[in-house]
Write a protein that binds this ligand. Structure first.
Ligand SMILES: Nc1ncnc2c1ncn2[C@@H]1O[C@H](COP(=O)(O)OP(=O)(O)OP(=O)(O)O)[C@@H](O)[C@H]1O
Ligand SMILES: [Mg+2]
Length: 473
């Protein structure tokens, strides 16, 4: 009879038992059936073997001289929550067996161990393990085939976003993704689609800021033949193309006012007409919108219809900027290093500790996209096996960022124009006053009387302003 083919690929069984005679007996029984066995006598040995041998099943006594089976169980589950663990208990300690199962043991064997019973249980555990592995591989393959993107990061703020995303994925509600440029809005929109029941349908994206106002309507809704000069054939719009799938309306904050009522109607009724058409079309589409503008402020400034805003923000998800989740920076850096090394056929590069530090303290105004670009450049520039600070070019970037804050680059980009004219003006005036006062104080070496003279205001006015701007400390 030939060897059973599945045996040779099965991982070993970790056998944890402190009594030599029993361990030898069990090992013998298992090996007779073609299993590979790794032995451990106590909890520390078991912990080491878990890591080095990567067993497919763990068989452990609950009472050990050093540590106990519960410790082995926890170590196994920590390494891999799906790893099957079978515990062995002395006759009469059923309570321990129940506790172990509550902590995640697959099953228990009462001593004295019946070898046939043991083999049956191990077979079952291995079969379950094979299925679980196949399942994981299948799911990953399916997700990849569907184009589910990988979202890297473990910061609680990002995890909260992922949880919200999973919740939204199982529904058909409109989702609004808000976040600064480069935070991953499009990535999350694609992930949402891949996680949803519409994953087999199309994901259709349109950037509302990139298309001229007069073309945007036909891009969204399509047009009939002859609808306008040059419309020589009927053309379907994005709403139609996204039927049974997801429509991603990127930069929705830049949607011109003139188009907003039409979008609102399409969102509410899932119905629209092609340009030049008279028959309304019905589609089954889930809409995901994204914006890096503060839509609420745009509504306040009457640049955005409030009814559309309310319709879009049924399920808002805000992606935090990278500087608010600094713990994700090293992880993202490593992910991008590995990816670019693979793309460029380079062997994996390491990051020098000082480089990690520099990455972690830089404010990343361009968020994950800026980090990604920075790493790509560094991977190309690095000749050795380690990326150092000099490859990152961050001191240069930091200087440029600081210069633009000082006002020597583009001051307008830094000014917050939200709210009413009064609000915005007051904010800007206050900022100018504060800076001017700080400058005068510096030049007067901190002498408030002299500074007041230079500014041509009364001493009393100056001291009250110092208090107002918190400069009196
Ligand atoms: N958490 C993440 N894990 C892995 N890659 C990420 C992550 N976040 C963003 N990225 C990557 O960073 C880049 C920028 O992300 P994306 O285009 O989704 O940002 P965005 O918010 O849409 O930016 P913009 O507002 O400028 O359009 C992409 O290449 C994306 O794959
Ligand atoms: Mg984007």
């Amino acid at each position: 009879m030939s060897a059973r083919p599945t045996r040779s690929v099965d991982p070993p069984i970790l056998l944890v038992e402190d009594k030599d005679s029993l361990r030898a007996m069990l090992r013998h029984a298992l090996e007779a059936q073609g299993h590979t066995v790794v032995e451990a006598r106590d909890q520390p040995e078991a912990a080491a073997a878990l890591r080095s041998a990567r067993p497919g099943v763990v068989l452990s006594d609950l009472r050990l001289t050093d540590g106990d089976g519960f410790g082995v169980l926890r170590a196994a589950k920590e390494l891999d929550p799906e790893l099957p663990v079978i515990v062995m208990t002395a006759f009469g300690s059923i309570q321990d067996a129940v506790s172990a199962m509550k902590e995640g043991a697959l099953d228990f064997l009462a001593k004295p161990v019946d070898p046939d019973h043991l083999l049956l249980m191990v077979e079952r555990a291995l079969a379950q393990r094979r299925l679980a592995t196949e399942n994981i591989l299948l799911k990953a393959e399916l997700a990849q085939r569907r184009g589910a993107p990988q979202i890297v990061g473990e910061d609680p703020k990002l995890t909260a976003v992922s949880v919200a995303l999973h919740r939204a994925a199982s529904t058909d509600t409109t989702v609004l993704l808000e976040g600064e440029s480069g935070t991953g809005k499009e990535l999350f929109a694609r992930a949402l689609h891949a996680l949803s029941a519409r994953a087999d349908g199309p994901f259709v994206a349109i950037n509302c800021a990139a298309i001229p106002e007069n073309l945007l309507e036909t891009e969204l809704f399509g047009h009939e033949k002859g609808a306008f000069t040059g419309a020589s054939a009927r053309k379907p719009g994005k709403f139609e193309l996204a039927h049974r799938g997801t429509l991603f309306l990127d930069e929705i904050g830049d949607l011109p006012l003139s188009l907003q009522p039409k979008i609102l109607r399409a969102l509410e009724e899932k119905r629209f007409e092609r340009v030049g058409g008279t028959i309304p079309l019905q589609v089954d589409v889930r809409v995901v919108a994204a914006t890096n503008r503060n839509l609420k402020a745009a509504v306040a400034a009457r640049q955005y219809r409030d009814d559309l805003y309310f319709r879009l923000s049924v399920f808002p998800i805000t992606i935090p900027p990278l500087r608010e989740r600094p713990d994700d920076i090293p992880m993202l850096a490593k992910y991008f290093i590995d990816r670019f090394c693979r793309d460029l056929n380079k062997k994996p590069l390491m990051l020098a500790p000082s480089a990690v530090e520099e990455l972690a303290s830089y404010p990343w105004p361009g968020n994950v996209r800026e980090l990604q670009n920075c790493i790509e450049r560094a991977v190309i520039l690095t000749d050795g096996d380690t990326i150092h600070s000099r490859h990152l070019n961050l001191s240069f970037r930091a200087a440029a960022a600081a210069a633009s804050v000082d006002g020597s680059a583009s001051p307008w980009a830094q000014i917050d124009l939200s709210g009413t004219l009064g609000d915005a003006t007051k904010r800007v005036v206050a900022e100018v006053e504060k800076r001017k006062i700080e400058q005068a104080l510096r030049e007067a070496n901190g002498n408030a009387g002299r500074a007041a003279e230079m500014l041509q205001v009364s001493y009393k006015t100056l001291t009250s302003k110092l208090r107002e701007y918190g400069l009196d400390a």
